[in-house]
Design a protein around this ligand. Sequence first.
Ligand code: HEM
Length: 205
Amino acid sequence: MTQKLYLYPIWLRIWHAINALMFLTLILTGISLQFSNPEAPLIRFDFAVTYHNIAGVILSINYLIFLLGNLTTGNGKFYKIRLKGLVDQIIKQIKYYMFGTFKGEHTPFPVNKERKFNPLQKVTYIGTMYMLIPIMIITGLALLFPEFIIENVLNLSGIYLTALLHGIVGFLLLMFLAIHVYFSTMGSTPTSNFKSMIDGYHESH
Ligand code: HEM
């Protein structure tokens, strides 16, 4: 029997849609700015700079919706983590992804009203949303207003180090996105989790 749980309220779905759209814009323009041949850029340099800045500002403001929503609604509880037993739970989930799922076993941490994420999802989402995204926003803002960046750190340019960190974390976030979208296909059907982000209902068998 298919069970449906309303786990993705409208504010979260709007946040997620804007976030995904801005993220893709930032990745495309960011890759063009970082790697393109200046003679034949992927996206015209001035366009790439403008759209990268606009998308970065929108994503940052949108991030406040994520923070506020998780502080003031029940969604925040899904991100609470208990360190006791966490490693064992993560190993169990990895084993399920590596073997169990291919043998048709049931997921070790089924979704319910109290648990939206499995332990691996939880740590990845916490790391992404509460560590990587803030680093990205802070370094991005600093590069937008470079007059506030310390000029020299251990004889290296502060702007260079800030840009380096911005680029490395951008790469890690791109890795997150690839894994995130792949694992999103592992719902009760390959498309059911994507539907959840449209109608708000999680579907499980
Ligand atoms: C094309 C882009 C994207 C697609 C197709 C996508 C897909 C999905 C899907 C299907 C879910 C629901 C399943 C689940 O709860 O895990 C989800 C949730 C989530 N996604 Fe994405 N995503 C995208 C981009 C992103 C980006 C760029 C981020 C952050 C940097 C992100 C962060 C999250 C978070 C934190 C949740 C859980 C939200 C909550 O329920 O509290 N997603 N995404």
